[in-house]
Design a protein around this ligand. Sequence first.
Ligand code: 5RP
Length: 244
Amino acid sequence: MGSTGNIKQLVGYGVIDQVVQSGQKIGMGTGSTAFYAMERIAEKLNTGELTDIKIVPTSFQTTTELQNRGIQVYSMNDPQIGGQLDLAIDGADEVDPDFCLVKGGGAAHFLEKLVEYNARDFYVIIDESKLVDHLGEAFAVPVEVIPEGRTTVFRLLEQLGAQVELRQAVKKAGPVVTDNGNFILDARFPGGVQKATGLSVASAEARIQSMVGVLEVGLFSRGVNAVYVGRNNGSVDVLLPQKP
Ligand code: 5RP
């Protein structure tokens, strides 16, 4: 049996070893699984096994992790990036059978989505506890709201069938304040997003995104190239979506 840390390391190292090549522009995700992808890429840059990699981080946490390892970071707006990436790598909170995701457990889903929806290829790294039949039932869907829109969006999400909570900070009084200075509403959908809203995941994503006051919702329906799943027995499965 692998420990959780070992499983995350297996998928984080595995994806770097299998998909990253010198010269690429890469979006780097946020969280405890993405941490191992960063560790591996730093190791390969230090040994010279990888060269000329430009990395766009998806949060303050990822920025500091990379900078502490001496890796220069870029923004999507940097002329050398030009708003487009070769690939992005990130963890997820839930993955459903259609390879749609819930993200935003670390409240970083705005920048994660900007980066990952503008990458040609997208690879997800998870442990098997993240595989679910229905998104948003066990793990609430994070919705980043501009503070002034908090009450309005709370009410609109309830009308859509969600049970909503304002995410509270740890080691700080009051709500979580995101990297963008906003709040997070966690929206749990009894029976899952599709059952509770009567919408597909993509339509629910668009509906929530269109609410005035929402910066971004943590439903990701863009599709993925592969999901690396670390199993409790220490093996890694690479799940590939069916080609249309
Ligand atoms: C942060 C995210 C993370 O990718 C997600 O929460 C998974 O994190 P971890 O790998 O630590 O379980 O979406 O906003």
